[in-house]
Design a protein around this ligand. Structure first.
Ligand code: CMC
Length: 374
């Protein structure tokens, strides 16, 4: 019996959320091209679009923003929980813990009300991720200021200030990472939601799947590669030793769906040069460009091209974030994609996800009591 390892090319749901053409390098949310959304919308507009199916008018957007801002303030027990975690803990582990603690345990899915939870969870998300950063940095925890929209409130709660370029880059990063159909983390969220588990628990399950270097952790791994190379003159030698001869994977390259350039990667590459760069950041960018050339030359023929995580770490670092935040920043945005997919699934399909496994173990055996075993 054939098994689809990795569920490759298995379609597990219908969706009106995200369209990907992996051969042409196209990504759309609800029919809108990712480039148009990044250039013309803020994160909250995309949140409204994903949640309600249409772009909001000005009044709808203002009301949506207000309902998110009402939940910027985290419950005290979540603040206490984050500040009690060891500061050296992984930021994704902190994210899992904080979301799990918001689960009431007696949640009932309700088609009339599920989407109304989205602004609340987005508001809490902002409080959680910005306070994870504050805790890691040894700063006291504080609630985001509802005077500001999402991206700005986030940066201000992390850094105390935010300039226009950084707010715009943060907005773009948030929009870029919103959704990507059903990668491992979204599938994990769907599996949990298909049992009618609550939304917070679904986010916790998704966060666990996001953590690994083959998924969300790739931005961190790709950035560490650049640090390891250290100098643009060392790129060719490093590539030969590690990738060609060492048979290591080039991180930030390859994708299960794209067989060409990931359109999100192109946006991040451009963003990296629109932000101010220190000499060190300039150097890492140059290394990345040179490494991209070698990678495409070697692997492009096999349909392996740079993906969204290739340049995103550089952009996150230019905004001001250290490496340990990269995967969590991906999750910060993707919470919206997870919520969009689980509400869509429970509302439209509501079928328990329960695949099968082909048994390859021993045939029936006679039981041997412990005293008779050799
Ligand atoms: N570097 C070198 N070779 C690669 C790479 C890579 N990054 N990715 C795939 N290959 C090769 C692989 O060795 C295999 O070669 P062969 O057929 O000769 O054995 C072939 O391509 C197919 O690989 P696969 O692992 O079966 O393909 P997949 O569809 O499972 O891979 C992937 C998808 C993302 C896991 C893989 O490309 C990879 O490990 N990339 C590096 C990690 C990374 O950047 N992940 C971020 C993905 S995008 C953001 C996200 O979704 O989170």
């Amino acid at each position: 019996m054939a098994v689809s390892l990795g569920l490759e090319d298995v379609f597990i749901k219908y969706t009106g959320l995200t369209f990907i053409d992996g051969n042409a390098g196209v990504l759309r949310y609800r029919g809108y091209d990712i480039n148009d959304l990044v250039q013309n919308t803020g994160f909250e507009e995309v949140c409204y679009l994903m949640t309600n199916g249409e772009l909001p008018n000005s009044q709808q957007l203002a009301e949506f923003k207000k309902s998110v801002k009402e939940h910027y303030k985290l419950p005290d027990h979540v603040m206490e929980l984050i500040s009690d975690l060891p500061r050296e803990a992984d930021t994704l582990t902190m994210m899992e813990t904080a979301f799990a603690s918001l689960s009431s345990g007696d949640y009932q899915w309700n088609k009339e009300n599920d989407r109304k939870q989205v602004p609340k969870i987005l508001g809490e998300n902002l409080g959680i991720i910005s306070n994870i950063y504050r805790h890691k940095m040894g700063m006291g925890l504080q609630n985001p200021d509802p005077k500001y929209d999402y991206a700005e409130a986030f940066l201000r709660n992390c850094f105390g200030n935010a300039d226009e370029k950084k707010i715009s880059a943060m907005n773009a990063a948030l929009v870029i990472y919103v959704d990507h159909e059903v990668p491992a983390s979204t599938t994990a969220a769907l599996v949990a939601s298909s049992t009618l588990s609550d939304m917070y628990s679904c986010i916790t399950a998704a966060t666990a799947a996001l953590k690994g270097p083959l998924h969300g952790g790739a931005a961190e791994a790709a950035y560490k590669q650049l640090l390891d190379i250290g100098n643009v003159d060392n790129v060719e030698n490093w590539f030969k030793t590690n990738i060609l001869d060492g048979k290591r994977r080039l991180m930030g390259f390859g994708h299960r769906v794209y067989r060409t350039y990931d359109p999100r990667m192109k946006i991040f590459k451009k963003l990296a040069t629109t932000l101010e760069q220190t000499d060190e950041q300039k150097k890492l960018f140059e290394i990345a460009v040179k490494l991209e050339e070698l990678g495409v030359k070697e692997f492009g023929g096999k349909g392996i091209y740079p993906n969204t995580d290739y340049y995103s770490g550089i952009v996150f670092n230019e905004i001001g974030f250290p490496i340990y935040m990269f995967t969590t920043l991906f999750g910060f945005s993707r919470v919206l994609g997870w919520l969009s997919h689980i509400t869509e699934y429970v509302e439209e399909e509501e079928r328990l996800i329960r695949p099968r496994a082909v048994y390859t173990g021993p045939d029936k055996r006679d039981f041997v009591k412990i005293q008779d075993r050799k």
